[in-house]
Design a protein around this ligand. Structure first.
Ligand code: HMG
Length: 399
């Protein structure tokens, strides 16, 4: 039997500013209930220009890395779909900013919101063969659809950092997994666009179809294992999405699985589901990190969980790739999460007016030639982008 490998530490960074979706609804002439109930979002995290994906990721990872970790990390895997460079990997900046030992390797992974899951699996395989070593897997994204677009309320930003080790103290990742790939145009972002192109309703339909396809395959290939899953966590572009997927699965014709057992499982997953959405409702879409923000939410707020429980994690990336992976909760998961620190991180945030949010949204780098200088007076926090000069990005740290 192979040894236990998985998530030993989790770091989370959410920008300090947010928009209240009720304010947004009023500004857009929409019934607030549509955003709060129909979509299921209360707040939307808004990054400043100086909070690019490197700054977000470095702030998430810095919280969890001890001096020993910095020496024992062999790889930095950066999952993102908000990259600003087609060549140089964002992970190289992290390696430098975090002072990780020089013989580590650094690279970036892309497949829409699914990328982080591929990174975790690659990390687990590496550590399985080298149990003394560690891998840092980081996701950071800025979800942008545009002012006044139907996707606007599903924007968000932030980063999740996971330390993958042997004998993990939060979640042991299991080898069972079911993946699927389907060439689709539900959501994509060509290099010449700074906002996503999206066929919104089609994307929600495809997400549900791929969830059902994956679940039906699990019914066929490993029904005994399926029955052990205590809670189901989803990639959450908005918090109604996972519920829609569960409802679609409930309505699907399961010919390979006992219908009573299926109904009992779904009841259990639906009862736990609200706990998986608490944090995501306050942030919006993190793209690559959303599933793992939902995992943090589940671990913090689902009181019925105990160590040894099996969690299903449904990863979805438009384009499209989906995969169901599973993990087993470890005895020290709550103390390793540092829930008080996460709560304080959310409590420190301040609300923007819609006018302030729109001004920040429009403040993009005007051209590749532009030199950005962030003065010392700006409300930076932790790592931030200080300067772009001659196409080179420079970062600084504000304690
Ligand atoms: P929309 O078309 O403006 O909204 O945008 P709608 O008309 O479909 O309404 C949404 C829900 O609100 C509906 O509920 C309405 O009934 C309800 P549902 O039928 O779906 O259960 N509603 C109300 N509820 C209460 N009171 C009211 C009221 N009015 C309406 N007064 C849409 C919705 C999701 C299309 C849009 O926000 C969008 O395009 N978002 C971006 C795309 C997205 O998030 N897709 C999700 C699946 S794809 C994915 O997850 C991948 C992704 O993360 C990217 C990646 O992989 O990189 C996006």
């Amino acid at each position: 039997m192979s040894m236990s490998v998985g998530i030993d530490k989790i770091g989370l960074y959410i920008p300090q500013h947010y928009v209240d979706t009720e304010d947004l609804a009023n500004a857009r002439g929409v019934d607030p209930a549509k955003y709060l109930v129909g979509i299921g979002q209360e707040k939307m995290a808004i990054p400043l220009l100086e909070q690019d994906i490197i700054a977000l990721a470095a702030n998430a990872a810095k919280q969890i890395l001890s001096p020993e970790d910095l020496e024992e990390i062999d790889q930095i895997i950066f999952a993102t779909e908000s990259s600003f460079d087609f060549s140089k990997a964002s992970a190289i900046y992290l390696h430098d900013l975090l002072n990780i030992q020089p013989y580590a390797k650094s690279y970036e992974i892309k497949q829409a919101c699914y990328g982080m899951t591929a990174g975790i699996q690659s990390a687990c395989d590496y550590v399985q063969l080298r149990p003394q070593r560690k891998v840092l897997v980081v996701s950071a994204d800025i979800a942008r659809y545009g002012l006044n677009s139907s996707g606007e309320v599903t924007q968000g930003a932030g980063a999740v950092a996971l330390l993958i080790t042997a004998n993990p103290r939060i979640l042991a990742i299991q080898q069972e997994s079911i993946s699927v790939t389907s060439n689709q145009f539900d959501f994509w972002r060509p290099h010449y666009s700074d906002v996503a192109l999206v066929d919104g309703h089609y994307s929600t339909q495809l997400y549900q179809e791929l969830y059902v396809q994956v679940m039906e395959r699990l019914e066929l290939t490993n029904p005994t294992y399926l029955q052990t899953i205590k809670a189901m966590v989803f990639h959450l572009p908005f918090t109604k999405m996972g519920l829609k997927a569960l409802n679609s699965y409930a309505q699907s014709e399961s010919t390979h699985f006992d219908l009573e057992k299926k109904a009992a499982l779904l009841n259990q997953w639906q009862a736990i589901y609200p706990a998986t959405t608490v944090l995501n409702r306050q942030v919006g879409n993190l793209y690559t990190g959303s599933l793992y923000l939902s995992l943090i939410s589940l671990l913090m707020f689902a009181e019925e969980l105990t160590s040894g429980d099996v969690i299903g994690l449904f990863s979805y990336g438009s384009g499209a790739v989906a995969e169901l992976i599973t993990g087993i909760i470890q005895p020290q998961y709550l103390e390793m999460l540092n829930t008080n620190q996460i709560q304080a991180h959310f409590d420190r945030r301040t609300k923007l007016t819609i006018a302030e949010y729109e001004a920040i949204f429009n403040e993009t780098l005007a051209s590749n030639e532009e030199v950005l200088n962030v003065s010392d007076g700006t409300p930076g926090e932790g790592f931030y982008l200080k300067k772009i000069d001659a196409h080179r990005r420079y970062y600084d740290y504000k304690p």
